[in-house]
Design a protein around this ligand. Structure first.
Ligand code: HEC
Length: 201
């Protein structure tokens, strides 16, 4: 009797450990009731709006085009807006028209090793979005275009980056991607001027 109880307890402990290990490795989480409610009031309502009737279907293409164009236009406005920063600079100050001044800029802080700031060449953003996601030194990891825009906002515009789930951050990315239209995707590609700086590796 005792032995059976011991085996049962042992089995339960083993299952618990296995369960915890599984939960640890499993990234996806189960939907709950509020997720289902959100889907019903969000995704399903929108599907009904555009796909539920022939009249709705007629509004789909114009709505898509308007949203897409609006996002790029808003992104372009943000790109030219010094209000994204606190030092009077906009993205366009260094990347005029999405290109480059051709000059270099200094990091706002000095290196702890040399006591001097780093001087970085300003790359053009034409074709740049097509090279993301990619590794960036200040982050020491692979980042998206949205995160890269935040790098520039923090380092060069003296302001907090945009929340990544904000429409502003996505619109700015939409504009940056519009500067890569027709450019083949090459995630991880380093701009030529940066290559030169790194000794043409
Ligand atoms: C004071 C000048 C300056 C301002 C202002 C600035 N940038 Fe930059 N930007 C740079 C420099 C210098 C780099 C190169 C740094 C790097 O790649 O780590 C860069 C790199 C980038 C890159 C990566 C290009 C590539 O090919 O890897 C993107 C994208 C970018 N900037 C977007 C923006 C956006 C969007 C804004 C406005 C929110 C902005 N930048 C504001 C100077 C600036």
């Amino acid at each position: 009797m005792r032995k059976r109880l011991f085996v049962a307890v042992l089995a339960m402990v083993a299952m618990l450990i296995a369960g915890l290990a599984y939960a640890d490795h499993h990234v996806g989480r189960k939907l709950d009731k509020s997720d289902m409610e959100m889907m019903k009031n969000g995704a399903m309502k929108n599907m009904d709006k555009y796909m539920g009737s022939p009249e709705g279907m007629k509004t789909l293409m114009p709505a898509m085009e308007k949203a897409q164009k609006g996002s790029v236009e808003n992104g372009k406005k943000l790109f030219n807006d010094p209000k994204l920063g606190t030092n009077g600079q906009s993205c366009a100050s260094c990347h005029p028209g999405g290109g480059t001044t051709g000059g270099t800029v200094k990091t706002p802080m000095a290196s702890e090793l040399t006591g001097k700031p780093y001087e970085l060449p300003v790359p053009t953003l034409v074709g740049a979005a097509a090279t993301f996601p990619k590794f960036k030194v200040p982050n020491d990891r692979v980042v998206t275009v949205q995160e890269m825009a935040n790098n520039c906002i923090m380092m060069f515009m003296a302001a907090k980056g945009l929340p990544l789930d904000s429409q502003e951050s996505k619109d700015l990315a939409a504009y940056l991607y519009s500067l890569s239209e027709g450019v083949p995707l090459e995630p991880g590609k380093v701009p030529e001027m940066m290559m030169k700086m790194m000794g043409g590796m």
